[in-house]
Ligand binder design. Structure first.
Ligand SMILES: [Zn+2]
Length: 453
């Protein structure tokens, strides 16, 4: 896991604010959301583990493989949707949900908001959403919120100008009830104990009585009422006794949570608790991360190698080994580890990004470019990949593409003014009418729109 600690942390503050704009329910959220920075956590291993946990629920919902789960580095408890392709979950939520069923209940509920059309319906009513879609939703949302006053600018740029329209964006009580009911149905269909859904409600119970500043953001975006609790208990008792233990889900849950906490809690906390993991390889992975963060590279490598020995075809353990080596400046070893990871998971954009990054450190920009371009085509949401692409293009002398990559990285980070400067440079250098030229023009248009707000 790598957190984007770059000084550009304002990026996901745009996501947060827009999450509030698009999903949160009540007008007060609009104005009271703290403008503190948060960031996306992109980690191939955790995203894979979460996707394994989500898969049976997404199948049951009819959404299939079209929805991705993305993590936000934030200790507060929240999960939300802003479009029909992503479910965002805070790292704090992963730590707090202490059984796979609770975490799956959260995922099922968010999937239900998408499947039941709660997002699509409102997006269709936002005038300029379609014209921004060319940039990709996440990029467009961030771009729209670029001025630093994301709450206001985002709403304006997306055409959400009247308070009536903002109300339209709220998850209504009816939507919450429908998402609860569908979520429980998905869990039951997937053979997962829906009692987890009641337990999630219990975590947040009573918060509606707290002042807004003391509530978890999840309570604000998903208003909980006593009626909702009672209805949930009724759905769940109707499904009682129809679930089976799910050892595979226990494993992926332990793995996702083990890696999240290893990176977010102090290393000594992790070392004390790693032995609680049921799976030996998960214990070793957690220790590897803790020792890596303590800069004890030899022990970190010993632990990850032992985890790999237990799961020799696990791309994600090689990915972690590559990270440990790269950050320890053992560049040739890092190339080797990432190459193996890419052999085992050839389509994973984050792993391809790691391989590209490692190749740049050993001065092989042409090869790096091949992997980084493939990574970007599959996933434009990782600023690191865009930064490395910029370096790779500059190193091979393609200044137009270098400028475009820089422009796209700034746009993704919500820095639209800087993005426009580089996009104009790219537009002047790239063949007029080409795909990359059009991408540069899209950014110029988005920047103009944000500046006009
Ligand atoms: Zn909800």
């Amino acid at each position: 896991m790598r957190f984007h600690r770059e000084k550009t942390a304002s990026s996901i503050h745009a996501f947060r604010l827009l999450a509030a704009c698009l999903v949160a329910c009540l007008a007060f959220v609009w104005t009271s959301l703290p403008a503190r920075a948060a960031s996306l956590v992109r980690d191939a291993d955790i995203e894979h583990a979460l996707s394994r946990m989500a898969a049976p629920l997404l199948t049951a919902s009819g959404l299939g493989g079209n929805v991705r789960i993305l993590l936000i580095n934030d200790r507060s408890l929240n999960a939300f949707v802003i479009d029909s392709q992503h479910i965002f979950i805070h790292t704090g939520m992963i730590s707090k949900m202490d059984t796979p069923e609770k975490l799956q209940a959260v995922i099922a509920h968010e999937a239900a908001h998408i499947a039941n059309g709660h997002i699509a319906r409102r997006m269709a009513n936002i005038n300029s959403a379609r014209s921004l879609a060319g940039l990709g939703m996440a990029l467009a949302l961030v771009a729209a919120a670029a001025s630093g006053r994301g709450d206001v600018a985002g709403g304006v740029a997306l055409g959400i100008q009247s308070s009536a329209e903002r109300q339209f964006l709220a998850h209504s009580r009816a939507e919450e009830a429908s998402a609860d009911q569908s979520g429980v149905r998905y869990m039951a269909a997937a053979g997962i104990d829906p009692l987890g859904a009641v337990q999630v409600h219990e975590v947040f119970a009573g918060q509606e009585l707290l002042s807004v500043s003391r509530q978890d953001p999840y309570t604000r975006s998903h208003p909980l009422t006593r009626d909702r609790m009672r209805a949930m208990q009724r759905f769940v008792s109707a499904y009682a006794g129809k679930s089976a233990p799910q050892p595979e889900m226990e494993y992926w849950y332990e793995r996702a949570r083990g890696k999240v906490t290893a990176f977010t809690n102090p290393p000594n906390w992790t070392l004390k608790r790693a032995a609680e993991s049921n799976a030996e390889d998960v214990r070793l992975m957690r220790e590897a991360v803790a020792y890596h963060r303590l800069s004890d590279r030899a022990t970190a490598l010993n632990r990850i190698d032992r985890a790999i020995a237990l799961r020799p075809n696990d791309a994600y353990y090689y990915d972690l080994k590559g990270q440990i080596l790269l950050e320890g400046r053992q560049f040739n070893g890092a190339v080797k580890a990432y190459s193996r990871a890419a052999e085992l998971a050839p389509g994973n954009p984050l792993i391809l990004g790691g391989l590209g990054r490692a190749l740049l450190t050993v001065n092989r920009p042409k090869e790096a470019l091949k992997h980084l371009e493939k990574a970007r085509q599959r996933d434009f949401r990782d600023p690191r990949i865009l930064r490395d692409l910029g370096s790779a293009y500059a190193q091979v002398g393609n200044n137009g593409m270098a400028s475009l990559s820089t422009a796209e990285r700034y746009a993704l980070q919500g820095r639209l003014k800087d993005a426009a400067i580089h996009a104009k440079r790219a537009s002047g250098l790239l063949p007029r009418g080409s795909g990359p030229w059009r991408r540069a023009e899209d950014i110029i248009v988005a920047a103009k729109r944000a500046a006009q707000k």
